[in-house]
Design a protein around this ligand. Structure first.
Ligand code: GLN
Length: 308
């Protein structure tokens, strides 16, 4: 007789036990606890055949997240398809940094009036915290920030229409209010300023052998690599971000294990201050960012105008 236990035991010959449980749970619409409690339940031959097919695909390299269509991020369940990067645990660190910077008790610029805004830009003097996620993919960063910071106004841009459809569906299912814009980084974004910009851009160098290994083989190449030295997107984002940040606004982005020095140098060149870098769980610097300085007070302008 085919039971939960015999199926899991057979799968373990080619894939890890945790993945076997995820795949069988997905197929049966049950969690691991249910599987454990029903180890001796008999299963239909059709379910057993479907499970073997999934196990074979996994053994051939397809990511578990694409086989189940799901991946947890920051405690929430996101739909994923091969059109989007699979959310990674280290990216949760960007959420923590963002919440620290603009959440309650943070130093959001929106608490202060901004003297430097000109026509066409949105004033942030009394408004909500405004957050931008660049290259949102599944939407995991933008949606998580919208749910963790309910008072924030979150905008997410994404160049791939297919990824954008996944992100929109995730936002709707998770009840997050996010303004989605199809845009190549800032290109199609209407003029405005943000208190915080976050990004998990494609930063893997074209010649990095990891692109040919594991899950990365099945993920959208444009979400992983710039097809060059790995820094093309980061350079573009860091150089353009000051124009899209309110004074005192923050930029934080994820990068590769060997890009910490380059990230810091780019931030310094672009005029960012209070540069911070954060380590992932493996102790490697993987997040960098800084603050856009407040403009120097325009000392000469106001009195002169009044005196004439
Ligand atoms: N963290 C991913 C990896 O190296 C890359 C994600 C990205 O390029 N943004 O597996």
């Amino acid at each position: 007789m085919t039971t939960v236990a015999t199926l899991l035991a057979a799968a373990r010959r080619s894939i890890p036990p945790s993945e076997a449980r995820l795949l069988l749970g997905h197929l049966l619409g049950r969690n691991s606890a249910w599987l454990e409690a029903h180890r001796d339940d008999a299963l239909e031959a059709a379910a057993a055949a479907q499970f073997s097919a999934l196990v074979a695909r996994r053994a051939a390299g397809e990511p578990v997240a694409y086989l189940t269509g799901r991946r947890e991020f920051y405690g929430r369940d996101f739909a994923v398809t091969p059109d989007v990067l699979i959310p990674r645990p280290e990216t949760e660190l960007l959420v923590e940094i963002a919440v620290e910077k603009v959440g309650a008790g943070g130093t959001a610029h929106s608490a202060r009036p901004s003297p430097a805004l000109t026509g066409g830009e949105t004033s942030c003097a009394q408004g909500a915290i405004r957050i931008l996620d660049l290259g949102t993919g599944s939407g995991c960063l933008a949606i998580t920030l919208a749910l963790e910071l309910p008072a924030a106004q979150v905008t997410a841009v994404e160049a791939s229409p297919r990824a954008l459809a996944v992100a929109r569906a995730n936002a709707e299912r998770l009840g997050a209010k996010v303004a989605f814009v199809e845009s190549d980084w800032f290109a199609a974004l209407p003029p405005q300023t943000f208190d915080l910009i976050v990004a998990n851009p494609p930063y893997v160098a074209a010649n990095d052998p990891h692109l040919g290994q594991g899950d990365l083989r099945f993920e959208p190449a444009d979400a992983l690599t710039d097809h060059a030295d790995g820094l093309t997107a980061i350079r573009r984002i860091v150089a353009a971000a000051p124009r899209w940040l309110a004074e005192g606004g923050w930029l934080f982005f994820e990068h590769g294990w060997d890009q910490a020095d380059a990230a810091r140098a780019l931030l310094e060149t672009a005029g960012f201050e209070a540069i911070e870098q954060a380590r992932d769980l493996a102790g490697i610097v993987r997040m960098s960012g800084g603050r856009k300085p407040a403009a120097r007070a325009p000392i000469a302008l106001v009195p002169e105008a009044n005196n004439q």
